[in-house]
Design a protein around this ligand. Structure first.
Ligand code: MCU
Length: 381
């Protein structure tokens, strides 16, 4: 049990103006990069250093893996709410797109309500008092196959030559949806108590929505598997050990979830200046409840090890309980896990993050973490 951290920011991206390195090292290392050392070799020494390091982690993620998530100019987003539907119009560079999201008020609770944004819908039980918002990710950026890159409303606005991966395009769309929630009356949703969830490929989306928008209070990626909760290097290691597991080399030929720059690195993930334990660090200090499963293809050992290592970022900062990890079978949520999930939803969405929260760490997969990293975990004051 521990004291709460301040979970949400007022803006999508907090520009901490620390300056970014002109380049990153691409030296091959099969172990996971040290999240506690800046690119110039300086150590992260205190909690106050994290916002700069966070910005420095976000940068290579967008440059080499995710593609660019543009931030629209002020006033680019307009919303209107009617009959349970929020319509969002974004106008940039003389072009406009409009998309809409269905908002369902909860049974029980008091308006304005917290809500969970479902990427293509939600596959977890939502407790009383929490509403839901359905985001149509496929129309924002297509995910049919690897040739889907450049198709969807995001690309209608920014052009099909944008390097943005589909999941990053969805993250952009959800951020615009939140802009519209903030500026539009009548929907009865509290934009400061938003969660995000989605299962499987859409869980890959949920994770990145929470990582790239600091207004999200609780991120619940369900069975996001390879390319999200799993670490690239650990999946490659598992593959080399004979597992039937999805790797970066495979995933870029399957779909358009990643930015086009990733095609250069997917077969040499050991050279990347990032891995997905650092994605977990982008969600810190906000709530994160990772739900995984035992399907070999999705990488149970990779997800467990990657997230246990990612959790070290929470624990180094004294926020262990803001992160939960729990596993089960595919896109079916067993009632045995409801207590843990509800504790996170209640803490971050209904109670707005006040009070204490108990850490959850449940997985049937076992991993020896020292195989995958060798840096020191500081205790950040
Ligand atoms: C967990 O996400 C994916 C996985 O990456 C794909 O290889 C597989 O085809 O589908 C999974 C999924 O989205 O299942 C619904």
């Amino acid at each position: 049990m521990e004291k709460r951290q301040s979970p949400v920011s007022a803006t999508e991206f907090v520009d901490v103006r620390c300056g970014l390195p002109s380049g990153y090292s691409f030296t091959s290392d099969p172990k996971l990069p040290d999240p506690f050392t800046f690119a110039n070799g300086t150590k992260v020494k205190s909690k106050a250093d994290w916002p700069c390091r966070r910005q420095e982690i976000n940068d290579p993620f967008q440059k080499y893996e995710l593609g660019t998530k543009p931030i629209p100019k002020a006033g680019a987003v307009a919303g209107s709410f009617s009959a349970g539907k929020l319509s969002v119009t974004v106008t940039e560079g003389g072009k406009s797109i409009t998309f809409s999201a269905i908002i369902k008020a909860p049974t029980g609770g008091t308006a304005p309500y917290p809500a969970i944004i479902g990427i293509g819908g939600v596959s977890i039980p939502i407790p009383a008092g929490v509403g839901s918002i359905t985001f149509g990710n496929d129309e924002m950026a297509a995910q049919q196959n690897s040739a889907s890159h450049g198709k969807g409303k995001f690309f209608d606005l920014y052009g099909s030559s944008m390097n943005t991966g589909a999941t990053t395009g969805w993250a952009w769309g959800v951020s615009r949806l939140i802009d519209a929630l903030e500026s539009t009356a009548g929907h009865n949703i509290d934009p400061k108590r938003l969660g995000v969830s989605g299962c499987s490929r859409n869980g890959k989306g949920a994770f990145i929505v929470g990582a790239l928008d600091q207004r999200i209070a609780l991120t619940i990626p369900q069975e996001s598997g390879s390319g999200r909760a799993a670490c690239w290097r650990i999946s490659d290691n598992e593959k080399a050990a004979g597992k039937n597991i999805q790797t970066a080399g495979e995933i870029i030929s399957e779909n358009a979830w990643f930015g086009t720059p990733f095609n250069t690195y997917a077969k040499v993930t050991s050279t990347l200046p990032l891995d997905h334990h650092m994605l977990t660090g982008l969600v810190y200090p906000r709530g994160l409840f990772v739900i995984e499963n035992d399907i070999d293809w999705l990488g149970p050992v990779s997800m467990t090890a990657c997230q246990e290592i990612g959790q070290l970022i929470y624990s180094a900062n004294g926020a262990t309980g803001n992160f939960g990890f729990s596993g089960h079978s595919h896109c079916a949520f067993p009632s045995s896990q409801s207590t843990d999930l509800n504790a996170y939803i209640t803490h971050f969405l209904i109670n707005g993050g006040t009070g204490d929260i108990k850490q959850v760490q449940t997985s049937s997969a076992k991993a020896t973490l020292s195989t995958y990293y060798s840096w020191a975990v500081p205790s950040l004051a």
